[in-house]
Write a protein that binds this ligand. Structure first.
Ligand code: HPA
Length: 271
């Protein structure tokens, strides 16, 4: 996997010498966040040697380089979920690439189901911590050049960046929830019993990404900030059946709120 990362990095460096301050990963339906940035360069994943390509509707699969909130950013518009390949280490390769390019912090975003019964469609949750029910992406041989065998996960979601996001949200008049994200493997949505279990475990929002990416980013020593956009109430808290199309539609509708929050957070953050 590290050889594949080296290959993707060399391939990318054949196209650009851009060094971002922040890496940003955009989740389902949140691609329009990229509309606000000043894009200098667009690189389809397919042009990067060794890069896994997303197969999910709403995940564009383009790397955008440019400026946002006055900072240099590299934005992965679309991610590769664990359920697409069954390979957690491969799924986190794009995040590793962002950090290898120079990003000191990564901002991970996702669409998620609200597990806390008080959460409503359209809410944004700042991720305080996570529970991962997906395989750990660090399983397998470790390459010490990338990070330690046993990375610490205390304060995995950077407390200082979280404070910055909270104050940005307050000044923008955006009500921000704060809670624990739980990653299931997907791709089926959870059962009502699994959602009840997630709640009992201490989760506030449920999705199929992000936690394994945060693990890989911490492994490489990058700071992590995470936002869940609540696209629906999770199964059992909602009378409607869940559909990916609804997730995408709801995300697109409120993506602008999240975009302005990320923009203002990046503007204020020091990494
Ligand atoms: N469950 C899992 N992933 C999701 C959901 C959900 O309810 N909504 C958006 N992504």
């Amino acid at each position: 996997m590290y050889a594949l990362l080296d290959r993707a990095y060399s391939s990318l460096r054949g196209m650009t010498d851009f060094e971002p301050d922040f890496g940003i990963v955009l989740g389902s339906g949140l691609s329009s966040v990229a509309d606000r940035m000043d894009v200098r360069c667009r690189i389809p994943y397919a042009e990067i040697d060794g890069m896994p390509v997303s197969t999910v509707q709403g995940h564009t699969g383009v790397l955008l380089l440019g400026t946002f909130g006055g900072a240099k950013v590299a934005v992965m518009q679309g991610r590769v979920h664990y359920y697409e390949t069954g390979n957690a280490a491969l799924s986190v390769l794009p995040v590793r690439l962002l950090i290898r390019m120079g990003a000191k912090a990564v901002i991970l975003t996702n669409a998620a189901g609200g597990v806390d019964p008080s959460y409503d469609t359209g809410d944004i949750m700042l991720i305080r911590d996570h529970i991962s029910l997906a395989p750990n992406p660090l399983v397998g041989a470790n390459d010490d050049r990338y990070g330690p065998r046993f990375p610490d996960m205390t304060d995995a979601y950077d407390p200082q960046l979280r404070k910055t996001a909270e104050s940005a949200a307050q000044d923008l008049g955006i009500a921000l929830k704060e809670g624990v994200y739980i990653q299931f493997t997907g791709p089926s949505f959870e059962t009502a019993a699994e959602v009840a279990m997630a709640r009992a475990l201490g989760a506030d929002a449920v999705g199929m990404s992000t936690a394994i990416e945060a693990v890989a980013a911490r492994h490489m020593g990058a700071k992590v900030l995470g936002f869940s956009f609540i696209s629906n109430k999770a199964c059992g808290l909602n009378d409607e059946p869940l559909s990916h199309l609804d997730v995408q539609k709801e995300s697109a509708r409120v993506a602008d709120k999240l975009a302005s929050l990320i923009e203002e957070t990046v503007r204020r953050a020091e990494v």
